[in-house]
Write a protein that binds this ligand. Structure first.
Ligand SMILES: Cc1cc2nc3c(=O)[nH]c(=O)nc-3n(C[C@H](O)[C@H](O)[C@H](O)COP(=O)(O)O)c2cc1C
Length: 297
């Protein structure tokens, strides 16, 4: 018999009204608010925030691929001060549950952001040790279990009472080894997965399509990879809260993540195609969960 799921969920002590989140880097308050109220979904994960503003990479930063897209945004953001006033405040005023995606070039930079958010209204922190598009920091912290664990230990000292989830990279030989290491170091939860490193070549010029050369692959093409990784990590770590993500386009895709072992599911690329996708997927998932209950599945 399959497991029954409630519509809402508690993630590290923070109640979510449903199990759907907006994935980091794919939500924009001004744009999205024309389509839905941020409090309609379980959680809004904001884009990576660093201590000081980052400019990001040169254009072109995105490219289409079969079944997905490549991006090399490079974590462009207005820095912690701008984040608190421009990004966090309107979301909290609108009643949203908010998870801040934390980035840095160094341990000190990650810690500065964690410290700056410790007394803020943010609900959860998501430590991004998996961005493939920055030269220092990001994925450099997420491919070695010892380096990842050391960063988590330092951040946990500065993050006060805020739960710290760690967002892992699929660009590793064993995601389970990294997951175990960060959980032993004190991570309160996991976000799985960030993008897979990819590249496209322009047939006319013979050069990479993206100015950065490589980019992160997202969308339906990565869904089976993400499902496999959530399934493996859940088997290794039976009780850690897991947010699954990668190629979720429908409520059925999200439900597959719950069956693989995720507690909640984030929607990224789908929202770039259709800004109203997160609440639609939340409604579709709710229907699946109600139907299962009605049918005693
Ligand atoms: C344009 C774009 C920007 C992103 N920016 C971030 C980011 O700032 N921080 C982060 O942890 N992940 C970022 N991601 C990764 C997504 O949050 C997500 O993990 C990934 O895209 C897989 O989900 P999806 O297939 O539903 O998009 C970004 C993805 C895209 C497409």
């Amino acid at each position: 018999m399959k497991k029954q799921f409630d519509v809402g969920v508690d993630i590290c002590g923070v109640p979510w009204k449903n199990r759907i989140a907006a994935a980091s880097g794919t939500y924009n308050f001004r744009e999205s608010s024309r389509y839905y109220d941020p409090a309609e979904i379980g959680c809004i994960t904001t884009k990576g925030v660093s201590p000081e503003p980052w400019a990001g990479n040169e254009t072109p930063k995105v490219a289409e691929t079969p079944g997905g897209m490549l991006n090399a945004i490079g974590l462009a953001n207005r820095g912690l001060k701008g984040y608190l006033s421009h990004d966090l405040k309107p979301l909290k005023d609108a009643g949203a549950t908010v998870m801040a995606n934390v980035v840095g070039h160094t341990t000190e930079e990650y810690c500065a952001v964690a410290e700056g958010l410790a007394d803020s209204d943010v609900d959860l922190l998501e430590l991004n040790i998996s961005c493939p598009n920055v030269k220092e920091g990001g994925i450099a912290f997420g491919t070695d279990p010892r380096t990842a664990a050391a960063l988590v230990r330092e951040v946990k000292k500065r993050s006060g009472r805020k739960p710290v989830l760690v967002k892992l990279s699929p660009n590793v030989t064993s995601i389970t080894d990294i997951a175990k290491a960060v959980c032993d170091a004190g991570a309160d939860g996991l976000s799985l997965i960030n993008t897979l490193i990819g590249m496209r070549i322009d047939l006319k010029t013979g050069e990479p399509v993206l100015a950065n050369g490589t980019g992160g692959l997202s969308g339906p093409a990565i869904h089976p990879v993400a499902i496999r990784m959530v399934y493996e990590v859940r088997k290794a770590l039976p009780s850690i809260p897991i947010i699954g993500m990668g190629g979720v386009m429908t409520g059925a895709d999200a439900y597959e993540f719950l069956l693989a072992g995720a507690d909640a599911v984030a929607v990224g690329t789908a929202a770039l195609l259709d800004p109203a996708a997160p609440p639609r997927i939340a409604r579709e998932l709710e229907t699946i969960l109600f139907d299962n209950r009605a049918n005693g599945v």
